[in-house]
Design a protein around this ligand. Structure first.
Ligand code: SAM
Ligand code: SF4
Length: 333
């Protein structure tokens, strides 16, 4: 059985796993999924035990950070059990467990998350305006999100906000959203909309290059370079006037692939070696077959050999089919 640490054919060590635990969500963000999104039948989704086995296999192959995502990870009923079980690995191979959440259910989980050793979480929030939030997510839940953020901070969790920059939607609000967050000790990372999955709207209409957002921020504030690097795709600046940090994730205008340290697994157990490619390997078949440990390790070796050097997103052509047909809620953000 191969027990080598995971590294791809370009010499990049894979130490970060993003694990989608459900494709379901209680919001319907317009850039992410359609109102009439069909979700998978439960039998297709990995069980809690399978999610745990997969995570343990990755930890034993050198993964040090696991991020649970979805869909919305906190709508999965048994999610705290998984987090609690994984937390026992902290300090023995695993450095960090975290999650990306829309925060609608965060208030009731915040204390337990802190209790099991989660230190930091990412919260996705694109607007602080009630009506806009409702239009953008098709649900009137901004109040719950803000309560969730408050509860998480009260529990001692460090929060980072992820904001998708959307042309004509939250474009004008981004500076005040950053200001609001920085006043609360929360850093903000801005994300360009990516061409993932069919939605009702045309992505060319939503696409706002972060270079334009950065120019607007520079007109208002002094942006100082920072040495901050997380091994991820974001590039960071510090706002001199607020003291807070702003990150920029620009998959379409900047290439971030050279430092890639991650792979993603869908809630059905498919490992995607790159967010921007459809190539994947079915780990569920390995998990449910004969000699699962051997099969899983062989599948991970195959995944490493097939991880591509870079993505090839293209959002330039109006009406074009998405570069990648699956939704972000499948692969996890
Ligand atoms: N439901 C959770 C949430 O919203 O935080 C976790 C899953 S969500 C798919 C993860 C992140 O992906 C969110 O920050 C969301 O804004 C982002 N996202 C979804 N679709 C996207 C797209 N097409 N382009 C860029 N970001 C997207
Ligand atoms: Fe749900 Fe997150 Fe997608 Fe919004 S971005 S619909 S919260 S999965």
């Amino acid at each position: 059985m191969s027990q080598q640490f995971l590294a791809d054919s370009f010499g990049r060590a894979i130490t970060y796993l993003r694990l989608s635990v459900t494709d379901r969500c209680d919001l319907r963000c317009t850039y992410c999924m359609s109102e009439a999104m069909t979700f998978l039948p439960k039998r297709d989704v990995l069980s809690l035990e399978e999610l745990e086995r997969l995570s343990v296999a990755f930890i034993s192959r050198g993964v040090r950070k696991i991020r649970l995502t979805g869909g919305e990870p906190l709508v999965r009923r048994d999610i705290m059990t998984l987090l609690r079980r994984l937390s026992r690995r902290l300090g023995t191979g695993l450095d960090e467990i975290t999650l990306t959440t829309n925060a609608t259910q965060l208030a009731r989980h915040a204390d337990e998350l802190a209790d099991i050793g989660v230190k930091r979480i990412n919260v996705s929030l694109d607007t602080l305006d009630d009506a806009k939030f409702k239009r953008l997510t098709r649900r009137a839940m901004l109040g719950k999100v803000l309560n969730g953020i408050e509860a998480a901070q009260a529990a001692g969790l460090k929060i980072k906000i992820n904001t998708v920059a959307l042309k004509g939607v939250n474009e004008d609000e981004i500076p005040s959203l950053i200001d609001w967050a920085h006043q609360r000790g929360i850093d903000v990372t801005l994300i360009e909309v990516m061409p993932l999955g069919e939605i009702e709207e045309d992505r060319v209409d939503q696409y706002l290059p972060l270079t334009a957002v950065r120019d607007a921020l520079e007109a208002r504030w002094t942006l100082e370079p920072t040495a901050l690097k997380t091994g991820g795709p974001a590039r960071y600046v510090r706002v001199a006037e607020t003291g807070g940090v702003v990150g920029f994730i620009s998959p379409l205008t900047n290439n971030f692939c050279a430092d890639c340290n991650r792979v993603r697994i869908t809630c059905t157990g498919k490992i995607y070696m790159c967010l921007g490619h459809d190539d994947h390997i079915d780990l569920r078949a390995a998990l449910r077959g004969q000699q699962p440990d051997e099969a899983l390790n062989a599948a991970l070796d195959a995944a490493m050999a097939r991880k591509p050097e870079r993505h090839d997103f293209d959002i330039s052509s109006r009406g074009a089919a998405p570069a990648v047909t699956r939704h972000m809620s499948m692969t996890g953000g």
